[in-house]
Design a protein around this ligand. Structure first.
Ligand code: HEM
Length: 468
């Protein structure tokens, strides 16, 4: 017998809705509880088009990758208002066409620029540290990832111009904009519920205008000068790309530079601060990373072998991405009738998928809430696989684990454009830190995830430094 939406378990009604709204900053926890209670398909009590949480990897693969063309982004209107020409908010053919030059430029940046630059920025970050000092790992990670991201976007001689001109708090604000629950409401209700947030929203739109003006100013300044070749930054590469592929509006460059900045810096900083915090809780893990990092000074554009030969460092990063996936929640709306798990769904049904929920499912990851980088040591990619070449959405885990049991970078045609860049930043930052320092947790500091558009620590992540 065919089953449909009404057969999907889950709580509905106003009581459930109100309770969800009250717990909107723990939205991830709520979704996890619902999936533990009801199983792989759960109706989520949010008004508007029907919402279903999918937690089985096979269903997630279907929506994000296998039949991605049958689904569209959902509730991206705020992002569209802020970055109308950004690839992150585009759909269909326009998305595919605009993604290609971005992908190409990311690949070139990776091979020409990222190893040297990451190492330089990581070393600068630790150069001022003093023995016994207490530092906030979230702040450190943010400064490193912002300076790397901003430097990758513009020509080498001007590399610090953007980071020094851009409003750092404004960038953070863009990812703070609202929580997933509000974004999931239908526009009419959203407007109503957003009334108390209106000053905040105005502030947000003002901030995005201000940031665009700042980036526009930097682009104009850079273009007013001649830069020696080679072109190895996103601005030059995207300009070349757009000229080959026909003139695209200048706004496209602007919004995509800002997209790379916003999509890249805070997502990476969140995961890195969790990775260092978790390693700080396990002395032997720090020793493994330190041993692997002993040869770190050899890393350069010509010699990137170290990053590929650091299994513990890699395992710590994977495990941090499993427990704390920055992009913890994605929403897709079906544009056709569809069938999932023997259920038929109408066109317009919204599917939530959450790396946070699926990554903490004990069917795929025993002892799911424990930080166990060891679990990745039995599942190494074959030797010689360069960092960042995993196929979209693929998990190198044991055979019993389906590919989309682990998908911190999404999957399919919207797979993260910056994964390989993040992999480098992560290995180099962890290596640079633990090679010369031991970190001790400040025990009274117990950071918890805060579920905004991204998932970040809810307070400063404090550790005490001990020089080796
Ligand atoms: C830990 C770090 C990161 C995580 C967890 C992450 C995660 C993700 C995820 C899950 C998506 C897919 C979104 C969707 O399907 O709707 C995505 C897309 C994207 N990411 Fe990342 N990301 C990270 C770092 C970066 C970096 C460093 C950059 C750039 C330098 C970047 C640029 C992008 C862009 C441009 C997209 C949009 C791709 C498209 O729509 O075609 N990300 N990211």
């Amino acid at each position: 017998m065919s089953r449909c939406l009404k057969d999907v378990p889950g709580s509905t009604g106003w009581g459930a809705r109100l309770s969800l709204y009250r717990r909107r900053f723990q939205f991830g926890e709520v979704l996890r509880e619902l999936s533990q209670q009801h199983g792989d398909l759960v109706r989520i009590p949010v008004p508007g088009p029907p919402k279903v949480l999918l937690t089985h990897p096979d269903d997630i693969q279907e929506v994000l990758a296998t039949r991605a063309q049958h689904y569209q982004l959902f509730a991206q209107d705020l992002i569209r208002q802020m970055l109308p020409w950004g690839v992150i908010a585009m759909e269909g053919q326009i998305h595919d066409e605009n993604r290609s030059p971005m992908l190409l430029s990311m690949r070139k940046i990776l091979s020409r620029r990222i190893p040297d630059l990451s190492q330089q920025k990581c070393q600068e970050a630790v150069s001022t540290w003093r023995d016994g000092e207490v530092i906030d790992l979230y702040r450190v990670a943010r400064e490193v990832t912002l300076s790397i991201s901003a430097s990758l976007l513009i020509p080498r001689p001007a590399q610090d111009l953007l980071a020094s001109r851009i409003d750092h708090d404004g960038l953070l604000k863009l990812t703070e904009m609202s929580n997933a629950y509000l974004l999931s409401l239908p526009p009419s209700l959203r407007r109503l519920l957003l009334l108390p947030h209106i000053p905040h929203l105005f502030d947000l739109l003002r901030t995005s205008r201000h940031l665009r003006a700042q980036v526009r100013g930097v682009i104009a300044e850079i273009r007013s000068r001649e830069w020696p070749p080679p072109a190895e930054d996103a601005l030059s590469l995207l300009t070349e790309g757009t000229e080959v592929g026909g003139r695209l509006p200048e706004e496209y460059l602007l919004d995509n530079l800002l997209t790379l900045l916003v999509a890249g810096f805070e997502t990476s900083a969140n995961v890195l601060s969790w990775a260092m915090w978790e390693a700080a809780g396990r002395a032997e893990v720090q020793e493994h990373i330190a041993a692997e990092a002993a040869h770190l000074s050899d890393v350069s554009t010509e010699n990137t072998e170290w990053v590929n030969q650091a299994p513990w460092t890699d395992a710590v990063v994977r495990e941090a991405l499993r427990l704390y996936p920055s992009v913890w929640f994605l929403a897709r709306q079906s544009i056709f009738e569809c069938r999932l798990h023997d259920h038929f769904f109408d066109k317009g049904t919204v599917f939530y998928v959450s790396p946070w929920v699926t990554h903490r499912d004990s069917r795929w990851f025993p002892e799911p809430d424990r930080f166990l980088p060891e679990r990745w040591m039995q599942a190494r990619p074959s030797p010689g696989t360069p960092a960042g070449t995993n196929s979209p959405g693929a998990d190198d885990g044991p055979a019993h684990r389906p590919p989309f049991a682990y998908f911190p970078f999404g999957g399919g045609k919207r797979f993260c454009l910056g994964k390989a860049i993040f992999d480098y930043e992560a290995s180099l930052l962890l290596g640079t830190v633990f090679r010369d320092w031991r970190l001790e947790r400040v025990e009274e500091c117990q950071p918890r995830p805060k579920f905004l558009v991204t998932m970040r620590p809810d307070r400063p992540v404090l550790v005490r430094l001990r020089r080796r």
